[in-house]
Design a protein around this ligand. Structure first.
Ligand code: ADP
Ligand code: MG
Length: 506
């Protein structure tokens, strides 16, 4: 849990900048000149990298796909999924270190991380930054990040060139149809029916894409409406800044004067009671005036156990839609759609191969497709099924995620809000025994650990206890039983699906 204090205020990143109607201006070459030392360094780094790895590699792997963040002499490379991280490390670590050292000095270090945030604020959009800001309700020019003043090379002025995903690029299938229809309705008549609209689902399933699509469509169809898009992380940053600088009234005025509020990844407010209260008041203010609010998260509001009761109640008072992992048919449609936007020559069988292999999330699917497109652009040859199989062998291996028993334990404890020591203890009250059985069941299912190993991890229990826990959970699932999470009854299969999704990503 993160203590909520100014000292611990999260880092503001350019991609998190609240973006309003003014934010999505078309890229313009005239605006490309770096305007601050931080921009200049970033721009030099991108040039250096491009020179080292070549334009095709740069386009396929970095542009609009990877977030590069510079802080002092550390370069952080944020990628969209664990296997991409692995791949990027293998392919580009040397060049990244070289580029960082050339620009930041010999002590430069490179760090890789998986970033669940949208990666749209890429090197390219960094180059497309401009300084002009207009009628933003929350203008990045007037609100600094909490650590903005002291930061040396860190980006101090947020980006404006972010390219938002489009509704028309969102492929609809059974897995996301309800969320898509609800989002379409919101775009047609904001603030009338599904309000708030809460969209949840695992990482890489298209929540941010849909939210950005809403942003663009409303902006286009209702230019007079003030539409504000931001992540809950940036809300937290701005709130902290407001507290620190005694500018809360103007902060509130700005956030509460919008017509459409789009908030990505509300889970970031987990265990931040003061920010939650502030957000709750913003929400009530807007909903009370029939202003449209759309929120995304990685799980159902009732399963966001670090959120206050009032907030989750507010969220469920509107429409809650879940996005499921895509089925094969939808994955194929997505792959075809995305492949059509590249110049690569890929056979249908090669695309089918990608769609059948990458099942966890769409980001992985994109990663697979990028590999094939990259192969094509380097060799000029059409990519057939056999090529795809060979090229993707590495990636596939990396996709098999090594979930360990402690990962399961952590996810279960997080969700149920219980202490790991209690989970392993001899205590038998239901609030502990149920999560414990679930943890054992998932350790079997996802880790495929031996009964004895599981038993010994969870408090030195013997293997028959684990077998009986597994049987019990299977029985509950057959009976479609519910389980108590955060003092509420919840369908067990939903709880398990949520845990599985989280473990796949962790
Ligand atoms: P999330 O916010 O749920 O973690 P994103 O919205 O960032 O996921 O999606 C990850 C990537 O997958 C993005 O590039 C997005 O465009 C793509 N994507 C996800 N779902 C779809 C879809 N249904 N159609 C087309 N692209 C999709
Ligand atoms: Mg997202």
């Amino acid at each position: 849990m993160q203590p909520e204090s100014l000292a611990n205020a999260p880092t503001s990143s350019a991609a998190d900048t609240p973006l309003t109607n003014a934010a999505d201006a078309p890229f313009s070459n005239a605006a490309n000149a770096p305007t601050t030392p931080a921009d200049e360094i970033e721009s030099r780094l991108n040039c250096e990298l491009q020179q080292r790895i070549g334009a095709a590699n740069y386009r396929n792997w970095f542009q609009q796909k990877v977030r590069l963040t510079i802080r002092d002499d550390e370069l952080t490379v944020g990628v969209g999924s664990p296997f991409l991280l692995n791949w990027m490390q293998k392919q580009f670590r040397g060049n990244l270190v070289g580029a960082a050292q050339a620009v930041l000095g010999p002590s430069a270090v490179v760090r890789f991380e998986v970033s669940a945030e949208p990666l749209a604020d890429s090197a390219e959009s960094a180059a497309a930054r401009t300084t002009t800001l207009s009628a933003d309700p929350v203008s990045p020019a007037t609100i600094e990040s909490p650590q903005g003043r002291g930061a040396s090379r860190e980006k101090q002025r947020p980006a404006r060139g972010r390219r938002f995903a489009d509704f028309s690029d969102f492929v609809v299938g059974g897995c996301n149809e309800m969320a898509f229809l609800a989002a379409s309705h919101v775009c047609e008549s904001p603030g009338t029916l599904y309000n708030p609209l809460f969209i949840h689902g695992g990482v890489g399933l298209g929540k941010t894409h849909l939210l950005e699509g809403i942003y663009r469509k409303i902006r286009r169809d209702f230019p007079a409406l003030k539409t504000l898009y931001f992540t809950s992380e940036s809300f937290t940053n701005y709130f902290m800044t407001g507290l620190r600088d005694h500018t809360l009234p103007s902060f509130r005025q700005r956030f509460r004067s919008v017509d459409v509020l789009l908030v990505d990844d509300i889970g970031f407010l987990d265990s931040k009671p003061a920010t939650q209260q502030e957000f709750l008041h913003t929400l009530e203010h807007l909903l009370g005036r029939n202003r449209q609010v759309v929120v995304t998260a990685d799980r159902h509001p009732r399963l966001l156990t670090g959120l206050c009761e009032e907030l989750s109640t507010r969220f469920v008072s509107g429409l809650v839609c879940r996005i499921e992992p895509a089925d094969l048919e939808t994955r194929m449609k997505i792959v075809e759609h995305k492949a059509a936007r590249t110049n690569a020559v890929l056979t249908k069988q090669a695309l089918q191969f990608v769609a059948s292999r990458f099942q966890n999330n769409v980001r992985e699917l994109e990663g697979g497709l990028n590999c094939l497109a990259n192969f094509h652009s380097m060799t000029g040859k059409p990519v057939r099924r056999a090529d795809a199989r060979r090229i993707l062998a590495d990636l596939e291996r990396d996709c098999i995620q090594a979930v360990r028993i402690p990962d399961v334990e952590k996810a279960v404890c997080n969700l149920f809000g219980v202490d790991p020591d209690d989970l392993r203890s001899a205590k038998r009250q239901r609030s502990l025994s149920q999560p414990r059985m679930l943890a054992m069941y998932l350790s079997r299912k996802l880790v495929r650990a031996a009964y004895t190993e599981i038993g010994s991890h969870f408090g030195g229990r013997n293997h028959s206890t684990v077998i009986s826990a597994e049987k019990k959970v299977n029985g509950w699932l057959e009976e479609d039983r519910s389980i108590t999470v955060a003092a509420r009854s919840w369908p067990l299969h939903e709880v398990i699906a949520t845990l599985k999704q989280q473990l796949r990503v962790s």
